[in-house]
Design a protein around this ligand. Structure first.
Ligand code: NAD
Length: 476
């Protein structure tokens, strides 16, 4: 019998009269049906979170840590079931889904271990001034479809550790694994501390506008981020925005071609390119351009595109039809403009499943749509540059500022380039490595605020300074 997915509100799993179907992008079959919440269910969830906030904020931090660790353990214990479900709804290959599930559990544990001690500003006998961090209250968490479990985990754990309670909304395209996790969490977290509700995109603005939500933590597109900022301005809600990126990789002339070709490929094509920090533009020095582009294309042609549940699949389908059509449109635009393809480019829209062949473009111009826009799919433009300063200028000529990478045999030279990139993260000789203790966040239109580490935790709090004036001793 098909699993009955429900929402977690006030410690109970509930159904709604309206429902949403979730489609497996590998075969376009319905894999599950979830509740579709409206204002009434949202009000119920927010009221439960508000009630729970009173006692949760007063719960000793060691107990809050214990709860988060138990929630993380529940994910790890059930990882075999969860990664299969994640592949079925999201499309990513099994090994990448396993990585996301395991990573989400580990991320929660790392967040649970954080400390946010009081800071003494002055203690000189005349006055004691202390800064403490106070939880903001009820958080609305809104999550995209590319890493649904990781994004949920990285919002829920720091919110709970800080003493906040949360109402989380997964993407309508990928709510199943999160709702299965909600069942596992139901008896671990106190009623109302974590609420998980599903619905159409239209549920998002209701969350942003809700008068009893104090903060929005959002991961998704820049276009939606702007709407959230506008909606949140009405009552000046606190917001953290983790938005899109058009991340550049710069390959310096001393890079070891044989070593970096495969890594560059995966920096672009992991999760079928649907990663905010995927390498979306690769600038290669002209001295090694031909050799490296051939090496990348040769490796790429060995990677299998297919159903993520099948062994040997390296690149799965695009997650949903809308995104599939957008990626196809970018490929068509490249064809219409006569850009050269090193690999791929032939999409078969009549087939079943949202498959796009691995596509690599050979030195398209800087103003090509595939270079200027965030493609979010398995299509990578390789571009030639002559001087390092030119590559840096081209990398920075973007409205986005999320991440980037530099590839070189000289780490010091790599760092010198990294320091000139206008992004929140830069990797030298690696990619997609996240340290749960290091702040992750964007610059420019990639958003603001941070997740992970102390900076991420602080986003769920405000600072309160308490100053006590000591009376001068009598006779002094
Ligand atoms: P999206 O903006 O379409 O949707 C994200 C979430 O917002 C979904 O839950 C959706 O239902 C909800 N939503 C839609 N309209 C809303 C509105 N008006 N108000 C409030 N919520 C609304 O993004 P997506 O297509 O799901 O995800 C892909 C995008 O996310 C890409 O641009 C990618 O770069 C970005 N992303 C960024 C990061 C990061 O950390 N910076 C991480 C992952 C993905």
């Amino acid at each position: 019998m098909a699993h009955s997915y429900r929402n977690l509100i006030d410690g109970e799993m509930i159904a709604t009269p309206a429902t949403l179907d979730v489609v497996n992008p590998a075969n376009e079959e319905v894999v599950g049906t979830v509740p579709s919440c409206g204002e009434a269910e949202l009000d119920r969830a927010v009221a439960a979170a508000r009630r729970a906030f009173k006692s949760w904020r007063a719960t000793p931090i060691e107990e809050r840590r214990r709860v988060i660790n138990a929630m993380a353990d529940a994910i790890a214990t059930n990882q075999d079931e969860l990664y299969r479900l994640l592949t079925a709804e999201q499309g990513k290959p099994h090994h990448q889904a396993k990585g996301e599930i395991f990573g989400a559990s580990a991320m929660m544990k790392a967040q649970a271990a954080l400390e946010l001690p009081d800071v003494i500003n002055q203690d000189d006998g005349t006055r004691l001034s202390r800064t403490r961090r106070v939880p903001v209250g009820v958080v609305g968490g809104i999550v995209p479809w590319n890493f649904p479990v990781m994004m949920a985990a990285q919002k829920v754990a720091p919110a709970l550790l800080s003493g906040c309670t949360i109402v989380l909304k997964p993407s309508p395209f990928t709510p199943l694994t999160t709702l299965r996790i909600a069942e596992l969490w139901k008896d671990i977290a106190p009623a109302g501390a974590v609420n998980i509700i599903t619905g159409e995109d239209s549920l998002g603005p209701l969350i942003t506008a809700h008068p009893d939500i104090d903060k929005i933590t959002f991961t998704g597109s820049t276009a939606t981020g702007k709407k959230i900022m506008e909606g949140a301005s009405k009552d000046l809600k606190r917001i953290t925005l983790e938005l899109g990126g058009n991340d550049a990789s710069i390959v310096l002339p001393d890079a070891d071609v044989a070593k970096v070709a495969e890594q560059l490929f995966w920096s672009s094509f992991t999760n079928a390119g649907q990663i905010c920090v995927a390498a979306k533009r690769i600038y290669i020095h002209e001295d090694i351009y031909d050799e490296l582009s051939q090496a990348i294309a040769a490796y790429a042609s060995t990677v299998k595109v297919g159903d993520g549940s099948q062994q040997g699949t390296g690149v799965g389908p695009i997650q949903n039809r809308k995104q599939y059509e957008r990626v196809c449109e970018l490929i068509q635009d490249a064809k219409d403009n006569g850009y050269k393809f090193l690999l791929g480019g032939n999409v078969d829209p009549s087939g079943t499943g949202y498959y796009v062949p691995i596509t690599i473009l050979d030195n398209p111009p800087e103003d090509a749509r595939i270079v200027a826009e965030e493609q979010f799919g398995p299509v990578m433009p390789l571009m030639k540059f002559s001087t390092t300063q030119e590559a840096i200028a081209r990398a920075n000529a973007s409205d986005y500022g999320l991440a980037g990478a530099v590839w070189t045999s000289d780490p010091e030279a790599g760092v010198a380039v990294a320091e000139q990139l206008e992004t929140g993260t830069v990797w030298v000789n690696e990619f997609l490595h996240f340290n749960p203790l290091a702040p992750f966040g964007g610059h420019k239109q990639s958003g603001f605020g941070a997740e992970y580490g102390i900076e991420g935790l602080k986003e769920f709090t405000y600072s309160q300074v308490i100053t006590v004036k000591h009376e001068a001793p009598v006779g002094a």
